[in-house]
Design a protein around this ligand. Sequence first.
Ligand code: PLP
Length: 419
Amino acid sequence: MRMKLSKWGQKITADSGILKLMDDLGKAMSGGSVTAMFGGGNPAHIPAVQTALKTELKTIANSDQLSTEALNNYDTPQGNTKFIKTLVKFLNEQLDWPVTAANIAVTPGSQTGFFILFNLLAGQMASGRRHILLPLAPEYIGYLDQGLSNDMFKAAKPEIELIGQHEFKYHVDINSLKIDDSVGAVCLSRPTNPTGNVITHGELTSVRKLAGKKGVPLIIDCAYGLPFPGIVEDLTGLDWAQDLVVSLSLSKVGLPGVRTGIFIAREDIAAAITKTTAIVSLANPNIGQLLVEPMLKSGELLRLSRDIIKPYYADKVAYARRAFSKAFDPDLPYRIHKHEGSYFFWLWLDKLPITTKELYQRLKKHGVIVVPGEYFFPASMHGWPHARQCLRLNIARPKAEIDTGFAIMAKEIAKIYAR
Ligand code: PLP
């Protein structure tokens, strides 16, 4: 007998390209034949960060009261009360954001929070269909399959600024960006996964104004950005107001396993997220919130972000940049996106004679795992040659792996161009 699925069931269980790719990556890893793993997105295991997190974990384990709070109780669906109180004080005092507890919704990972938020704000409305507008694609792969219905996302092509011989930067094409009645919310990650781009303050202000004119929320995904883990070059802050929904995550400070996302939003939006959390998961995991709460209170989380995490990735980026220039023939038409944050490099191989999906297969045979860029563009853009000419590389890898991996890539790519 075959399982009968709803329309949504069919949509969500259809083998998405990314599911197949992740499966493939997992198999390649467990096959033991990987020389360079540039494919994953896990935060690096930074010893000083691991030690600080373990110290907090031990404090919880050694206290009857804390371990009971962390493990044996359901929290409220909004999040842990103590954590939210400390978070609000942190946002008020450190960022000068005029928020109260009513503006906070904790979710089981920000990924789940996005699923809730997107489907609350877009899809079939009483007045017709609405979608989520991504003002600049490529964007975070994890958004694109989250709609309960099809056509959830519309995305805009970027403007491309060429910088020198081997660098480039995407910009929001503000003049072409239209926010009409069919838009339920606008969303962007800053810094952007996959590109390492940080859209400029000017672009952000323009997008914010356009969204504001239509009264639709602008969602800013700060998974890698400010205030923590702060893997961003430009430390100029953001002024939160009622028009913004800002998401934070504990994952990129080193805690993806605790599944904790934080949404800071207008009271009605925060309450709607909380109501949905109650229905889909009753409550959130407590442990991460309780582990981080004292670190937020004492300033330790900011100190770790500023003094350990940010320099760690800056060092990785600088090394990978040098290794790239050393390995690649300067006459090849490659460009790397200007790295302004996150821990990825986004490589553009202009006029590559094959697609980067094909290149992925060829590199895999040599033990080098990358992520083809096409997955980060919505299907409507797959016909654009640029979408088939890019790769995402996780460069937070050991130096020897970077050297060997880049050398293999450079050789293979040179061969393909030479054809
Ligand atoms: N947003 C971005 C840009 C990400 O890269 C990720 C994870 O990789 C997430 C959100 C989701 O993170 P989490 O669900 O672990 O909070």
